[in-house]
Ligand binder design. Structure first.
Ligand code: GAP
Length: 544
């Protein structure tokens, strides 16, 4: 599937629109349309239900080291600026960028790739932002243009390297930037903090400076004591939060994959230090399985452990759930969720001050006068275990997922084109979104076969009976085959049709989106059957 095809479908059918489109759009910001908002809400609700509400705290789930508790939280987007100083975001949450003096474009230093090429004693690094085969074709095209060669003279170019990152190039004066015509137009790399800055209250000076949160996690850490004191949770337990996060990404791209405003679904799971490895293993597997259960295919999904060089400043172990998005080069995967073992870094930083690594240890960072660089809250964020009579700072396992990336992966995976018989049995092409029924924006569509003989009235009363339970859609316009196609295209798993037989025996047909099976059920059973099918408790009957 070409990504442009999915992007076009998302716009045409109201899943996703570019933000502020009538003013030309704003790069890195996306709006969810009427169907997109339902899809994302279903993802959030599936996540909340599966991790928080449906969690039985009396029984350990399969693979869990013990039973545990889960509670929720909804903290603010703007928090005290000291939160970001102690979390490390103020000092460390940056990317390196390079600017092109010729085109005035800005690139993320590590995301520009290119190849070394020579022609008649000149050696040039041809940089590109394309991916996969397109990147190779792009670099060749640009090299030919740069050296004034024709395509049939391509054999005169001597390629010295496969595609490598710009970060490996020491002499930027030899780089032909992605959109430039002359050499050496890129500035040296500069740090760029990704947090959006704003000002609170009437003060526009530094006293009023604040930041939009770049992750929901810190809201959980700073409320750790409040949750402990206001509930009866005992370690091990997790606090879950869903909410918007903001990052001023240098190069937002790939549709919603890298946006500047996005939604996170995060759990901070607090446990005893000696059990933290076992809990890390548990969450790694559990979160990976969640995506498979909701329909992502095993071969396009992987769980990848970070190498020591990749680990964040706080982490002593991280694994990513990754998906082979169609916009990436073949063999490349994009992150859906990170599951990190954060040790006691966060709670200790918010107690003592910003921590840094010193060899194997974490120590409070000091400024030149030997004073803590940023003071923590000074509050005691330790935990007292009443059974063992021990006091300790809990260790944290953090499964951190992106709701927008999950929505994009589910859409990519669901998209298919196939040939199906039309009403007369002739083969016809259809586009279908094979979304899991829990995620599908519309669960069932109800049609009268024709707009006469009382069929619309019966169909409307079925629609009314379903509406309190599931998102349901009524349509009586056009040929029934076209109505089916329109529902297939937005992923509606079931359609109910009222036909002439309904008038005699009070039954309707149910059509299954994926198998195209049709079977009859009683009008009075519609609600129970549809509820059963959507929840997975019932399946379409076996047919030849
Ligand atoms: N608290 C840890 C944390 O925020 P992260 O890996 O930076 O970790 C977690 O982000 C998840 O948030 C990612 O796996 C991804 O799904 C989502 N995410 C991060 N940046 C994003 C962006 N610019 N656009 C869309 N989703 C993003």
């Amino acid at each position: 599937m070409q990504m442009e095809t999915l992007v076009a479908l998302c716009k045409r059918r109201g899943f996703l629109f570019q933000s502020s489109e009538i003013y030309g759009g704003l790069n890195g910001f996306w709006d969810y349309g009427p169907l997109g908002v339902e899809l994302k809400r279903n993802i959030r609700e599936a996540w909340w239900w599966d991790n928080v509400l449906a969690h039985n705290e009396l029984v350990p789930p399969p693979g869990a080291p013990s039973s545990y508790q889960m509670v929720g939280l909804d903290s603010t987007i703007i928090m005290h600026p000291q939160v970001w100083k102690c979390s490390g975001h103020y000092d460390l949450f940056h990317d390196y960028m390079v600017d092109c003096r010729e085109t005035k474009k800005r690139y993320r230093y590590d995301q520009v790739q290119g190849r070394w090429v020579s022609y008649k004693e000149r050696r040039v690094f041809v940089a590109t932002e394309a991916v996969g085969d397109e990147a190779l074709a792009d670099t060749e095209h640009k090299a030919l243009k740069f050296f004034g060669l024709r395509p049939k003279e391509a054999h005169e170019l001597i390629w010295e390297s496969p595609l490598v990152s710009l970060t490996t190039v020491e002499d930027l004066s030899l780089v032909l930037a992605p959109d430039a015509k002359s050499l050496g137009t890129l500035t040296p790399p500069r740090e760029f903090n990704l947090m959006f800055k704003t000002y609170v209250g009437a003060l526009s000076g530094e006293e009023g400076a604040a930041y939009l949160r770049p992750e929901t996690a810190q809201g959980i850490f700073v409320n750790f004591k409040n949750v402990l004191d206001s509930t009866r949770v005992k370690i091990p337990f997790g606090i879950a939060q869903i909410g918007k996060s903001f990052r001023n990404e240098i190069t937002p791209r790939y549709f919603t994959f890298r946006s500047r405003e996005f939604e996170q679904m995060e759990i901070e799971f607090f446990c005893r230090p000696e059990t933290s490895r076992a809990w890390y293993e548990y969450w790694r597997k559990r979160r990976y399985q969640w995506y498979i259960d909701l329909g992502l295919a095993g071969e396009r999904l992987r769980l990848r452990d970070h190498t020591p060089e990749e680990l964040s400043h706080y982490s002593c172990g991280t694994a990513d759930v990754e998906y082979a998005f169609p916009f990436l080069a073949p063999g490349d995967f994009g992150e859906l969720e990170g599951i990190a073992h954060r040790g006691d870094f966060d709670l200790r930083s918010h107690m003592e001050g910003k921590l840094i690594r010193d060899g194997d240890k974490l120590v409070v960072e000091l400024n030149a006068d030997g004073q803590p660089k940023y003071r923590g809250s000074g509050r005691d964020l330790s935990y007292f275990d009443e059974e063992t009579r021990e006091r300790f700072i809990p260790h944290v396992i953090e499964p951190s997922a992106g709701a927008d990336r999950a929505a994009l992966a589910f859409l990519c995976e669901a998209y298919a084109e196939d040939t199906v018989p039309d009403e007369k049995g002739n083969p016809t092409q259809r586009v279908v979104l094979r979304l899991h029924p829990r995620l599908a924006p519309i669960k069932v569509a109800v049609f009268p076969l024709v707009k006469k003989d009382g069929m619309p009235e019966i169909a409307q009363s079925i629609y009314a009976s379903l509406k309190p339970y599931v998102n349901c859609f009524y349509d009586e316009k056009g040929a029934v085959g076209r109505r089916y196609r329109r529902q297939d295209e937005v992923g509606t798993p079931y359609c109910i049709t009222v036909d002439s037989q309904t008038l005699t025996d009070n039954t309707v047909t149910v059509r299954d989106r994926d198998s195209l099976k049709q079977w009859r059920i009683r009008v009075d059973d519609c609600v129970e059957v549809i509820k059963g099918l959507i929840s997975g408790k019932q399946r379409p009957p076996e047919q030849d």
